[in-house]
Design a protein around this ligand. Structure first.
Ligand SMILES: Nc1ncnc2c1ncn2[C@@H]1O[C@H](COP(=O)(O)OP(=O)(O)O)[C@@H](O)[C@H]1O
Ligand SMILES: CC(=O)N[C@@H](CCC(=O)OP(=O)(O)O)C(=O)O
Length: 289
């Protein structure tokens, strides 16, 4: 395709997206490779300059795990959620808020835009309550495990993000929430991104991961478009498993909550966000109601 044709193919999308809000979840694996992260941020900045209101919600699970191990702590998960004691919460806050969030804001600045870093504590952005005890089956026996300082989201107060977006900043959000008593809780970043997309009335939620999208059971083909009911069938027959479950969960929450499209794309390949949004064919999976 000629260069002018590529640009003209993007025009109707640019017109449609202008002034709309987009929430991009940066997956934990992208966080350990600066080049991968930089490519995603460059795409986000292009979206910002074509007039979209951009919010980046990041993970950092692999880095929290690494830091815990370095400090002699063994990471444990129940249903994909990290069991979080006092010390783990401190490590998670250090890694997510102190390191990763700040690092992303710096990269945004290096790419020529202004980012503001927030955790869910800021302006009561993400309010949550402790999940508490969860049932797990070990062998033949059912046990109850207390997840500790892990939160389930009760409410998003998007005013602080709205204020930043209105003033032309890119919002960068770490997955830490605050409870009613003002204590911090660790929350899953996919869930946070879905809830924030709903609360902001976003036009799109993009979830970046390490595969090309939602794939069939044999992992040979990517589904380009899926309806919520189809994702439910793929969950029921085990096609969607492991780390893909919370991603689909947050996409389903988002589209059910009024976000017209949620996308899952490969963050390890350069500029997949732009190719998914600005080309007719797309490159990942688009989920709609
Ligand atoms: N149907 C599916 N299609 C694609 N990937 C799947 C599917 N089911 C499970 N997965 C797994 O989900 C993983 C993505 O989740 P995860 O590793 O948690 O990503 P991230 O760290 O980017 O948040 C993929 O690498 C893949 O192993
Ligand atoms: C409660 C819980 O599990 N919180 C996550 C927060 C980070 C996250 O979600 O990071 P990814 O997107 O990289 O998985 C954790 O501690 O790993």
């Amino acid at each position: 395709m000629k260069r002018e044709e590529v640009l003209m193919e993007a025009l109707p999308y640019i017109q449609q997206f202008h002034g709309q809000t987009i929430v991009i979840k940066l997956g934990g694996h992208a966080m350990v490779d600066e080049e991968v992260l930089m490519n995603a941020i460059k795409d986000a900045i292009l979206l910002h300059y074509v007039g979209m209101r951009v919010v980046l919600v990041h993970g950092g699970g692999p880095e929290i795990t690494e830091k815990m191990k370095a400090l002699g702590k063994e990471p444990k998960f129940v249903g994909g959620l990290r069991i979080t004691d006092d010390e783990t919460l401190e490590i998670a806050q250090m890694v997510l808020v102190g390191k990763i969030n700040d690092g992303i804001v710096s990269l945004v600045a290096r790419c020529g835009a202004l980012g503001v870093g927030l955790s869910g504590n800021d302006g009561n952005l993400i309010m949550a309550k402790k999940i508490g005890k969860q049932k797990v089956v070990i062998g033949d026996e059912e046990h109850e495990v207390d997840l500790g300082y892990v939160g389930e989201i009760e409410r998003i107060n998007p005013e602080i993000l709205d204020t930043l977006l209105k003033n032309n900043y890119i919002g960068v959000v770490a997955p830490i929430a605050i409870d009613r008593a003002g204590r911090s809780l660790n929350i899953n970043a996919d869930t946070a991104a879905g809830e924030i997309a709903v609360a902001l009335g976003a036009f799109k939620l993009i979830n970046l991961t390490d595969v090309d999208g939602v794939m069939d059971k044999e992992r040979t083909q990517v589904f380009r478009r899926l309806r919520v009911t189809e994702t439910e069938d793929l969950m029921a027959d085990g096609t969607i498993s492991e780390g893909m479950i919370p991603k689909i969960g947050s996409c389903v929450r988002a589209v059910r909550g009024g976000v017209p499209h949620a996308h899952i794309v490969n963050g390890n390949k350069p500029h997949t966000i732009l190719l998914e949004l600005f080309t007719d064919a797309g490159v990942g999976t688009m989920i709609t109601e």
